[in-house]
Design a protein around this ligand. Structure first.
Ligand code: SF4
Length: 493
């Protein structure tokens, strides 16, 4: 069994450092916050009964004094949130301390995917995807943890959400936990550990599928725990479809306590039923992601939600989908491998802003199939060798990413993106480098030679080129023949 990671240690401390009474209180604040975000009727009642808040709390079965958490919801008190004065409202302070710990955990999950010693080429490629995402995706980029693998244990999805950000196909079948399948599963997960070490702990077992569609799902994720040391996160939009199955998953959470699960809430009726079925304490390890129309949250403009958004806009109607360019533009999170165990398929993917080019909000850099664990290992090795150059090859044709706007400067250049600016400068060499890349059509070798002719030291010039590459500023979009798009042999020929 691999050692317990700092990520899991941190997560377990969130629970272990609180008394049972503190956890109970937190669970009830969480229930209040869920109701506040999801339910417009509740928000109206709070507003209309500001002098008698506890009657509203009683009506909704929330056993807390609302006066102690005013900064969480009362307009005139919002300004005290995350200030020293917040201590005057102990329940608000308790909630915000918990949220800070959860945000720290999110960042630790991203770090958990680092594997410089186990697989340097993959690590460098993933770091470039993270930097590009932070630059390209605006506000939602911080919440993406870039797990290195997602496994699908079904084909298609029975839920059929109208807003599905990855446009899941109709359900066809699930992958049962037979002796043969279990052996292959354990072999594949074990191979991820031997290739990527503890980064394999970031894996999870759904994508364009819902865990509730596979009755053997708990057996697969418990295997994952025993092989990697991490129980994968479960996200389901059908938590009541098979309550016994859901409770099995929650029991595994209680047993191993690695990461918060998520229930997607499709309508207010489901929200009410989930609150009725599960106590606040039972849902302490479950985030409710509310997609009902009364919810204050916006959806990612990707997949079917993006299609709906386009048709609503064409009809001159408003929508509840992300409206600002810096808003939520993808639900894809994996920078690594998307594996379907029924098809025995692997895709190398990374998040991107959804667009006509990538409507599902993720790029596909390569795709292949496998039958055995040995073939799986060979497929991944081939993808890494072909698509993850550790430095710029001389024959790569360079251009800046299409979403960046170039501005020449006397001693360098600026690149303007969605809500961010990248500056590179320090002298005429930088300025010339920017001009040559912006002009397009030049290979890395041609640019290096030109800069050396202009007086640059060969080592300085090489470092400069690698720096622009490592920052994720160059076009590496496979649909635009970006860097690493073509297998190495074809690129070299
Ligand atoms: S959002 Fe999830 S549950 Fe809904 S259709 Fe897509 S994959 Fe299925």
């Amino acid at each position: 069994m691999p050692q317990v990671s700092p990520c899991i240690e941190h997560y377990r401390r969130i629970f272990s450092e609180r008394t049972p009474e503190e956890l109970r209180t937190l669970a009830h604040i969480k229930r209040f916050m869920e109701r506040l975000v999801a339910d417009d009727r509740f928000r109206i009642k709070l507003r209309d009964n500001i002098d008698n808040l506890n009657a509203v709390m009683e009506e909704y079965g929330i056993d807390l004094d609302a006066e102690q958490m005013l900064p969480l919801f009362h307009r005139q008190h919002l300004k005290y949130r995350l200030t020293e004065e917040e201590a005057n409202w102990p329940l608000a302070l308790a909630w915000d301390n918990y949220i800070k710990q959860m945000q720290r955990h999110r960042d630790l999950i991203r770090d958990l995917g680092n594997c410089p010693d186990d697989n340097a080429a993959f690590h460098a490629w993933r770091q470039r995807q993270i930097r590009r995402s932070l630059s390209e995706l605006g506000g939602s980029a911080q919440s993406i943890t870039h797990p290195i693998v997602a496994y699908e244990l079904s084909k298609g999805c029975t839920v059929g959400c109208w807003f599905c950000g990855i446009s899941a196909d109709q359900f066809q079948n699930y992958w049962p936990y037979t002796d043969d399948n279990a052996a292959l599963w354990r072999g594949i997960v074990g191979e991820m550990v031997s290739l990527f070490g503890t980064a394999a702990q970031t894996g999870f077992c759904y994508w364009a599928t819902d865990p509730s569609d596979n009755p053997d799902y708990p057996r697969f994720i418990e295997d994952h725990y025993h092989i990697t040391g991490h129980l994968p996160q479960t996200t389901t939009a059908a938590p009541l479809k098979n309550v016994a199955l859901t409770r099995q998953i929650l029991a595994l959470f209680d047993k191993y306590r690695c990461v918060t699960n998520r229930f997607s809430i499709l309508n207010l009726k489901l929200f009410d039923r989930v609150h009725a079925e599960f106590s606040p304490e039972e849902l302490m390890g479950v985030e409710l992601v509310t997609h009902n129309r009364q919810s204050l949250t916006t959806m990612a403009s990707a997949g079917r939600a993006r299609e709906r958004q386009i048709s609503l806009r064409e009809a001159g109607k408003s929508d509840q989908i992300a409206k600002l360019p810096s808003d939520h533009s993808t639900i894809a999170c994996v920078s690594g491998f998307l594996v379907n165990m029924i098809d025995r398929s692997v895709k190398l993917v990374s998040p991107t802003r959804s667009s006509d080019r990538w409507p599902l909000g993720y790029r596909v850099h390569a795709a292949a199939t496998f039958e055995t664990v040995d073939e799986y290992r060979a497929v991944l090795g081939g993808m890494i060798a072909d698509h993850m150059p550790d430095q710029l090859a001389a024959h790569e044709v360079l251009s800046f990413r299409g979403d960046l706007e170039f501005e020449p400067l006397a001693d360098g250049f600026n690149l303007y993106g969605t809500g961010c600016t990248h500056w590179m400068g320090g002298g005429p060499l930088y300025a010339r480098l920017g001009e040559l890349i912006d002009a397009g059509g030049h290979t890395a070798g041609e640019i290096r030679d030109e800069l050396v002719r202009a007086g640059g030291d060969i080592f300085v010039v090489t470092d400069l080129l690698d720096d622009v590459f490592d920052k994720g500023l160059l076009n590496d979009d496979p649909s635009l023949n970006g860097i690493g798009s073509l297998p190495a042999l074809r690129r070299a020929s």
